[in-house]
Design a protein around this ligand. Structure first.
Ligand SMILES: NC(=O)c1ccc[n+]([C@@H]2O[C@H](COP(=O)([O-])OP(=O)(O)OC[C@H]3O[C@@H](n4cnc5c(N)ncnc54)[C@H](O)[C@@H]3O)[C@@H](O)[C@H]2O)c1
Length: 309
């Protein structure tokens, strides 16, 4: 039996995620949105790509949740994206309501699912999904670190004129202005980037990474990035569906790790068929540790602010 992956929100990120999943051909895909006809239309269009691209047409579009029942993985992308001049945090109140409602439906129909949250502000929305579903921490995971790390890796590869495949690195912390690109664990084919790029230039690349989402928002004028975000979400789905045990930076509920308790923050996790198999604690230098603490503090403030809404 093929697995079932549901994508909630059939906008830019959701539809692109569904397309990437359909092309993987390893699971049936259900695409949900509140706009009538839109997920059905996109599903039909995706199914009709099957004969050309070479996958089985198994995408269902719907405005309800019956078709999502028994999903193995649910990716939540429903909600408002940023517009130019907005921070991710400006989306808090509206998206809390949307993600809360979706999480309730998901928990009822797919009590064993692994939920991947994409909607912003990411870390706060993970708290909403975890609170509403009451799923264990292994099964509520946020997508952000892979995307932020991909931006960092891209800029570093351009700087050095090397393949992006040879640049590895982690961006940890909250998915916001305080995110923490961890330079000490960033390398090109095993060689630390600090040996290849002067500190001042590295600082500029770190800042461009932090502003990476805003740079795209400003250029697009309407809406936010979706190609790289969907690729990042699907890398997480791959690791779960194919039980790959990938070590990826994801938002996870820390319970003592990194000195943080009861807070979703981006940390390296091992992902397999049960969801989070392990939160991996890496040693950080003093500067990185205090940057992670500051980033966690910003997430905590947002979560506390959400409680008063
Ligand atoms: N975590 C990340 O790194 C990351 C990256 C990119 C985007 N995002 C976030 O993902 C979200 C989606 O972005 P997008 O570009 O796809 O936006 P979009 O506007 O293109 O799509 C959002 C979709 O959600 C749907 N929707 C709204 N309420 C719903 C509900 N209750 N049930 C089902 N569907 C509902 C809308 O109809 C719309 O089609 C935004 O919050 C954005 O900020 C996060």
């Amino acid at each position: 039996m093929r697995m079932k992956v549901t994508v909630v929100g059939a906008g830019n990120v959701g539809a692109t995620t569904a397309q990437r999943l359909a092309e993987r051909d390893y699971a049936d895909v259900v695409l949900v949105d509140i706009v009538e006809g839109m997920p059905q239309g996109k599903a039909l269009d995706l199914n009709q790509s099957g004969p050309v691209v070479g996958y089985e047409p198994n995408v269902v579009g719907t405005n309800g949740y019956e078709e999502t029942a028994g999903s193995d993985v649910v990716v939540i992308t429903s909600g408002f994206p940023r517009q130019p001049g907005m921070s991710r945090d400006d989306l808090l109140a509206k998206n809390k309501e949307i993600v809360g409602g979706v999480a309730e439906q998901v928990a009822e129909r797919s009590p064993d699912a692994i939920v991947i949250v994409v909607t912003n502000p990411l870390d706060a929305m993970c708290h909403v999904a975890a609170d509403v579903t009451k799923f264990p921490r292994e099964r509520v995971i946020g997508m952000a670190g892979i995307l932020d790390s991909a931006r960092f890796r891209t800029f570093l590869a351009w700087e050095l004129g090397v393949s992006v495949r040879d640049v590895t690195g982690f961006v940890l912390g909250g998915h916001g202005d305080t995110m923490v690109p961890v330079v000490s664990y960033t390398s090109v084919a095993g060689v630390p980037v600090s040996q290849r790029i002067p500190k001042e230039r590295l600082d500029e690349i770190v800042q461009r990474t932090r502003d990476g989402g805003a740079e795209v928002v400003k250029l697009l004028q309407k809406g936010s990035a979706f190609y790289a975000p969907s690729a990042a979400a699907v890398e997480m789905v791959d690791s779960i569906v194919l039980d790959q045990h990938r070590v990826l930076p994801c938002a996870a509920l820390c319970q003592g790790e990194y000195g943080l308790d009861g807070l979703f923050v981006g940390v390296p996790v091992k992902l397999g068929k049960g969801g989070i198999e392990e939160i991996i604690e890496i040693e950080l230098n003093d500067e990185e540790k205090s940057a992670l603490d500051a980033s966690a503090g910003a997430v905590r403030e947002l979560v506390d602010a959400m409680a008063t809404l």
